[in-house]
Ligand binder design. Structure first.
Ligand SMILES: [Zn+2]
Length: 334
């Protein structure tokens, strides 16, 4: 049995996973234990072959411990994958593909694909429910018009305009989890279904005065708000949105300092990564690595995206599924 609490540093990961056989045995143990299950048909009658692969006696497919995981068809030693997983899960501000390129001695393109695959693990979470006291806020990612060169400015993009900025909506249970996602716009009609999906009825919600939150009360929530436009940030000591704003501040620092620029297509992955990091902030590096390791051996099934925290509507689901599937396919040739 691997004792994940021993992985207290990157050196311990490199030392332990020093050959491919140890890496594969670790994957087999984390994925199946002694009870190997065929990833093709789900039956338990599988035999180990002389070459270390498995054969299903029911459907006659051959498979390995990598089949159906993020490592399938990889040409890299697994040690490099595990090192990348450890780095991304232990660095509070994330790791860029240039850093992985240097640390794992791979091409930058390969490093980018590795990171995207590892990031895809963060999105696959069980349904998160927020309850008790929940703060909500929106954030707009994209440069401030005032800081741009004259030729690159677009008229009317201040404040909540989404012409050149991407809106992100976030909710945080006080002393609990964050759920955040890229949204098309920040209108009440877009936001309310998301709130209904993740926040338990009867919860106390804290927002600013924006009218997108007008319907919280009639949707069964207690609604308290502060008036930011009147420079009111805290009322009666507990009415504020400082928690979720702290998450935004951290998220922006990571995007600007580590990743510099993030394409809109992949933005949700970076949000998921930061939300995961935030939600596991009280765990040790080794337990976060263990959690990622266990996520990584789950078969990749793109219908899983249905249960993704980031999916808010069936249109969104389709878009997400296509994106995941394309990435999944493209990584096979990387
Ligand atoms: Zn089978």
């Amino acid at each position: 049995m691997i004792n994940f609490s021993n992985f207290k540093s990157i050196i311990s990961v490199i030392n332990y996973f020093h050959n491919e056989e140890i890496c594969k045995n670790a994957l087999i143990e984390a994925r199946w234990g002694d009870d190997v299950v065929c990833p093709h048909c789900g039956k338990h009658h599988c035999t180990r072959r002389a070459d270390g692969r498995f054969r299903c006696n029911a459907c006659k497919h051959n498979f390995s411990c990598l089949t159906g995981t993020i490592f399938e068809n990889t040409k890299l030693p697994l040690q490099k994958w595990f090192v990348a997983m450890y780095l991304i899960s232990s660095h509070k501000k994330g790791v860029s593909s240039c850093q992985i390129m240097r640390d794992c001695e791979v091409m930058q393109k390969t490093a980018w694909f590795m990171l995207q695959k590892i990031r895809s693990l963060y999105g696959i979470t069980d349904e998160i429910a927020l309850d008790g006291e929940v703060e909500m806020d929106e954030m707009y990612l994209g440069g401030r018009g005032a800081n741009k060169h004259e030729s690159k400015k677009t008229e009317g993009t201040q404040g909540r305009s989404t012409k050149t900025k991407t809106p992100i909506f976030g909710m945080q249970q006080r002393n609990g989890n964050v759920v955040a996602m890229k949204v098309e716009n920040t209108q009440g009609a877009t936001i309310m279904p998301i709130v209904n999906q993740f926040v338990e009825e009867g919860a106390t919600t804290y927002t600013d005065e924006a009218n997108i939150y007008n319907k919280l009360t009639e949707n069964g929530y207690i609604h308290e708000f502060v008036n930011h436009s009147q420079r009111e940030y805290v009322r009666a000591s507990d009415i504020h949105t400082n928690g979720i704003e702290g998450f935004w501040a951290h998220f922006k620092r990571v995007i600007f300092s580590t990743y510099h620029m993030v394409s809109k297509d992949y933005l949700q992955r970076y949000i998921d990564e930061q939300a995961y990091r935030w939600n596991t902030r009280k765990q040790s590096e080794s337990s976060r690595f263990e959690d990622m390791f266990k996520k990584a051996v789950k078969s990749f099934d793109y219908t899983d995206v249905l249960s993704l925290s980031s999916v808010v509507s069936i249109e969104h689901f389709r878009e997400y599924r296509v994106m995941y599937y394309n990435l999944w396919k493209s990584t096979h040739c990387a």
